[in-house]
Design a protein around this ligand. Structure first.
Ligand SMILES: *Cc1c(COP(=O)(O)O)cnc(C)c1O
Length: 380
């Protein structure tokens, strides 16, 4: 457990549920990634945690930003980011959002379809555009495939079309899926992108940027490779496929930068044993917390992201549990099948902490479901 957050919780016992984020830890992760991939420019994926203290710290470190909406662009500007350091990386943008970003000085936009390219030509004339490729998301606990990206052949046609439309066909991007645990995913994606890159350069396009997306994992319940192992795999693949003619490299980490920096403090609302439908009293022990799927833990969908949980009884005897949130919705179950075990002494009214919850929690919180207030946030 992060010692700064531990003493904040001990000193202030803030009302639960709440998210506490150590902004120094955000800085530490940013610097680690910068050291591991010195040739890549870092565009922090704002959606992972768009809180102003996080954005401001990253601005002070010289980070660039990947935003998914005009609202996120505006947040980055508010945090002091230069418009030239902001990319509009969502391939699905409202025309009005493109126009607003363009007017604000943003000049780098993603696309993956003819229709979006036409929109960009109309509302962001002359902008640098990059095409998102469809790549395998195997190995990712939170895949992003299918909805985004296009085939190599289509991307090739789109990039040529971009030039015809007066846009600057700047580069290619991909995303290997979030919480990617296999370094080989990047090697395979780089290999695919590199072939197209070479073809387009040969066709006379001034293509010069490769965006490797995000996906770098946070350690939750299971171990994951270190960032240096990802960097080594990326470095090897870049050298193999581009030799000395390395393009500008961009990475768009979200989870890796903020995941570890956050802890959710939660109260145990109820511990109960529930009978099984067929009878019998030795049912499952259910632990209900005051935060659940609708309080921000959306990534427990399918039990995809398995957070570590700290209790006041760690080290004592444990037994199996199902863990659920406090709402009246049957979908509000965090873990039922992932083999969670918690101390047998854990009791109603006690506090537990969910670790590494800095990414994709605060913003996934519903506003007033069942009357519960949105998740409180403390940035320290
Ligand atoms: C969500 C997203 C990211 C960040 O992904 P992480 O897995 O959190 O690093 C980066 N780029 C794009 C386009 C995204 O949609």
């Amino acid at each position: 457990m992060n010692p700064k957050i531990a003493s904040f919780l001990a000193d202030y016992t803030p009302a639960t549920p709440c998210l506490v984020v150590d902004v120094d830890q955000v800085e530490l992760r940013y610097c680690e990634l910068e050291a591991a991939l010195p040739l890549a420019r870092i565009y922090y994926a704002v959606k992972a945690n768009p809180a102003l203290p996080v954005l401001q710290r990253l601005v002070s470190l010289g980070s660039c930003f990947d935003s998914a909406s005009w609202e996120e662009v505006a947040l980055c500007l508010q945090a002091g980011a230069d418009p030239s350091a902001i990319s509009f990386g969502n391939t699905i943008k409202k025309a009005s959002a493109i126009a607003s970003a363009h007017a604000a000085g943003v000049s780098m936009f993603a696309f993956d379809s003819d229709e979006e390219l036409e929109k960009l030509a109309r509302h962001a004339p002359g902008a640098r555009v990059y095409c998102r490729l469809l790549v395998e998301n195997a190995g990712a606990d939170w895949p992003l495939s299918r909805k985004f990206g296009t085939t190599v052949d289509h991307a090739s046609a789109l990039m040529l079309r971009a030039r015809e439309l007066g846009l600057d066909p700047y580069g290619l991007s991909f995303h290997v899926g979030s919480q990617q645990t296999d370094t080989a995913a990047y090697e395979a994606a780089i290999s695919r992108a590199a072939m197209l890159f070479t073809d387009l350069a040969a066709a006379g396009l001034d293509i010069r940027m490769l965006n490797l997306g995000g996906g770098f994992p946070t350690r939750y319940r299971d171990d994951v490779p270190e960032i240096d192992q990802f960097a080594a795999a990326i470095g090897r693949a870049m050298t193999r496929h581009f030799g000395n003619a390395l393009p500008e490299m961009v990475v768009e980490p979200g989870r890796f930068i903020v995941g570890d920096a956050g802890v959710v403090s939660s109260e145990v609302v109820l511990v109960s044993r529930r009978g099984l439908p067929g009878g019998g009293r030795d049912g499952v022990r259910w632990v209900y917390l005051d935060i659940g799927r609708f309080g921000g833990l959306a990534e427990t969908e399918g039990e995809a992201i398995r957070y570590r949980i700290r209790t006041p009884h760690d080290g004592a005897a444990v037994g199996p549990v199902a863990i659920a949130g406090p709402t009246c919705d049957g979908a509000d179950i965090l873990y039922e099948r992932s083999g969670y075990r918690l101390p047998l002494d854990l009791a109603t009214g006690e506090r537990v902490e969910l670790l590494s919850t800095g990414a994709y929690v605060s913003t996934y919180c519903s506003t007033r479901f069942n009357g519960f207030a949105p998740l409180a946030e403390h940035y320290i």
